[in-house]
Design a protein around this ligand. Structure first.
Ligand SMILES: [Fe+2]
Ligand SMILES: [Fe+2]
Length: 192
């Protein structure tokens, strides 16, 4: 039986209590699902992978444990190897090949979803009207969302064979429908 979103959400929330980490999982899920639709791939499986990619971060907050020590837990819970391998491959320090479209997409969506989310949080209208140009400008400001690895954002777009502008546009479009879950305002909330 392929894993369902409900099952992944249950696993995720058993190990993850932090709101910001849950929002990160939701943002990466939305972006990865967006690309699954675009590529005609298995949206549910890709979504499950994205939801779970940092599921062990709260219990394994260091790189000598995350995400590698999470893998046996997922195996125990019956997740397929395809999901587990893709999760392992999102970590730069493990140096695993990104040899499937799911692996490339997860990697490409991880840092950029976080960054676009951060851009939306500082705008009165959230993601509405946000242009790639202003996202790229913020990428060049090291102090803004300093935890986001810029080199991984650029490498991700390249891995998908997309112009950075297009990838940013896609991620914005993917996150807009879940803006309330991400704690983002929308144009409807902004003062006229
Ligand atoms: Fe991670
Ligand atoms: Fe992540």
């Amino acid at each position: 039986m392929p894993p369902t979103r409900d099952q992944a959400w249950e696993t995720l929330t058993r190990y993850t209590k932090s709101e910001s980490l849950l929002r990160h999982a939701l943002a990466v899920e939305a972006s990865t699902r967006w690309y699954a639709r675009r590529f005609g791939e298995d949206e549910e499986l890709w979504g499950v992978t994205a939801l779970l990619h940092d599921f062990d971060y709260e219990i394994h907050p260091t790189l000598d444990k995350h995400p590698q020590d999470g893998a046996p837990i997922l195996r125990e819970e019956g997740y397929p190897e395809e999901v587990i391998e893709a999760i392992l491959s999102h970590a730069e320090h493990l140096g695993l090949p990104r040899d499937t479209q799911l692996k490339r997409t997860l990697f490409a969506c991880d840092e950029l979803s976080g960054f676009v989310h951060a851009c939306g949080l500082v705008r009165p209208a959230g993601l509405d009207g946000l242009e790639p140009k202003s996202v790229k400008k913020k990428l060049k400001q090291p102090s803004f969302a300093a935890g986001v690895h810029r080199d991984e954002v650029y490498a991700g777009a390249e891995l998908l064979g997309l112009e950075l502008d297009q990838h940013i546009r896609n991620v914005i479009a993917a996150l807009q429908p879940i803006a309330p879950e991400l704690g983002l305002r929308t144009a409807a909330d902004a003062p006229a």
